[in-house]
Ligand binder design. Structure first.
Ligand code: BES
Ligand code: MN
Ligand code: ZN
Length: 500
């Protein structure tokens, strides 16, 4: 879908959307349309239930006096409550309605709203990014899908008095949407297409955006002592990689300590010898969503030339059962020197991250590390799909993530860490084991495990098992399927606090 900005003028075809505040007051453009249609808009407003509440809309089809197909009245809510998040939801919802109506082109009018804290160019830019995010679909493997089953909207024009200002504000947000789409595409692909090496090829392509890429292959990882990550990879025919992406955008050059993002990239998780039940196992293609979010984030930061030094590290492996696969009870030695008893080969994400986290802090001395991982089914039991679990050893970083999540519309909920939980992963034979006490606090046990590999660096772990994939359309900016969760949150975190 193409998005353009223009001056306000009534289009001659397609659908035009006009926002209406909660007091059902029509803005100047809506008033003009109302006049042109002999009062069709005011009639529609009094005829139905539509009151201008956010998330609601009503359609005036084939309005008399206008050539276009329909006028869509969309709820803005109370002017005082207008903010970025609400505007993005509105943009996404408008695109959703236009697609549902089968419109090929549409326009949305953004008049200044009295009493709003946002000016119309900022509102328009947020509406545009919401529209873009909501327009996503992954259709490439449908060779026979009928046009009427596909998203119809090919063109959206955002109309306002100052289109140039809106276009400027949209610039970085469009790059953010590119990053989210890149992550969603990578996650949506099946495991036979996006195996570790294939993902490294996507990552290498980021060098065109100015990202420095380095790949560590099996040999290199073995020489660094990454026995924890390599133990997981052992059962797969697909070669594992650790991929490093560096974006150096800080104005004072490469000396500024980087911020670091680390992702779990299990391209398919069968569970290994502790094999998963076959029911629903196909979902485990999204077990690389943490890595995809890091990739999408790096693409976004480079795309919008963020004034920050950032490093992204992803551990790419496939977890398979095989004659060569690691066994329950095996003991592996991680790069940190700590030994791990592998009780359950299905608790593999933490084994991958153990070496990725240790390598990141040892190599880059980052200001902080944030890792993203579809780590535990237990976090879905705890929090469902609307908020990710956040575990942190640093209150300041945790607060910043909570706030960034609210603004970005990708929320996190802080979960506990503590010594008494930590004891649960002590092992009789090694320094630790890779699972805790049965079903108790499974997500916390996983986080305690990771914490043993951060070496005291300020760190947060985001368990995105619930938020990375949506079975239904819940949010107008996030169509069902791969969400790209984490890209918006971490872009916001960087924007709010780490750009010089
Ligand atoms: N990738 C899974 C976690 C997961 C589950 C992600 C559902 C997305 C949806 C992870 O590797 C895993 O298998 N975790 C186990 C841990 C257990 C063996 C301690 C789990 O959650 O059951
Ligand atoms: Mn697993
Ligand atoms: Zn997994």
């Amino acid at each position: 879908m193409k998005i353009t900005f223009s001056q306000i003028k009534t289009p001659s075809r397609g659908v035009i959307a006009v926002p209406v505040t909660e007091d059902r007051a029509l803005g100047p453009t809506a008033r003009a349309l109302d006049e042109e249609t002999g009062g069709a808009l005011t009639r529609a407003l009094s005829a139905g239930r539509f009151k201008g509440k956010p998330g609601t809309s009503t359609t005036v089809v084939a309005p008399h006096g206008l050539a276009l197909d329909a006028v869509l009245l969309v709820g803005l809510g109370q002017p005082a409550k207008i903010d970025g998040r609400r505007m993005r939801a509105l943009g996404g919802a408008v695109v959703g309605r236009m697609n549902a109506a089968g419109a090929k082109s549409g326009a949305i009018v953004v008049d200044a709203v009295e009493g709003a804290a946002m000016a119309s160019p900022a509102m328009a830019a947020e509406i545009a990014v919401g529209a873009r995010l909501g327009s996503y679909s992954f259709d490439k493997y449908h060779t026979k899908k009928k046009d009427e089953d596909k998203k119809s909207l090919g063109q959206l024009t955002v109309m306002l008095g100052e289109p140039a200002a809106a276009r400027r504000a949209f610039g970085p947000n469009e790059r953010l949407a590119d990053g989210v789409f890149a992550a969603r595409d990578m996650i949506s692909e099946p495991g036979n297409v996006k195996y570790p090496k294939a993902i490294t090829q996507d990552i290498e392509a980021l060098s065109a955006d100015g990202v420095e890429v380095e790949l560590l292959d099996r040999e290199r990882m073995a020489s660094l002592g990454m026995g924890s990550l390599l133990g997981v990879a052992q059962g797969s025919e697909n070669e594992p990689y650790l991929a490093v992406m560096r974006w150096n955008g800080a104005p004072d050059g490469a000396d500024q300590q980087p911020v670091a993002f680390i992702g779990k990239g299990v391209t398919f998780d069968t569970g290994g010898i502790s094999i998963k039940p076959s029911q629903g196992m196909e979902e485990m293609k999204y077990d690389m969503a943490g890595a995809a979010a890091v990739y999408g984030l790096m693409k976004c930061l480079a795309g919008r030339k963020a004034r920050v030094n950032a490093v992204g590290v992803v551990g790419l492996v496939e977890n398979m059962p095989d004659g060569k696969a690691q066994r329950p009870g095996d003991v592996v030695t991680s790069m940190s020197g700590q030994t791990i008893e592998v009780i359950n080969t299905d608790a593999e994400g933490r084994l991958v991250l153990a070496d990725a986290l240790w390598y990141t802090q040892a190599t880059y001395k980052p200001r902080f590390m944030v890792n993203l991982a579809t780590l535990t089914g237990a976090i879905i039991v705890s929090l469902g799909t609307f908020q990710a679990g956040m575990f942190s050893n640093d209150d300041k970083l945790a607060e910043r993530l909570l706030a960034a999540g609210k603004e970005a519309g990708e929320e996190v909920w802080r979960m506990p860490l503590g010594e008494r939980y930590d004891k649960d992963i002590d092992s009789a034979i090694a320094d630790m084991k890779n699972v805790g006490k049965g079903r108790e606090a499974g997500s916390v046990a996983a986080a305690q495990f990771l914490q043993r590999f951060v070496n005291g660096v300020p760190w947060a772990h985001l368990d995105i098992a619930g938020t990375a994939w949506m079975k239904r359309d819940y949010d107008p900016t996030v169509p069902k399927g791969a969400t790209g969760f984490g890209v918006r949150l971490l872009d916001r975190l960087v924007r709010m606090h780490y750009e010089a």
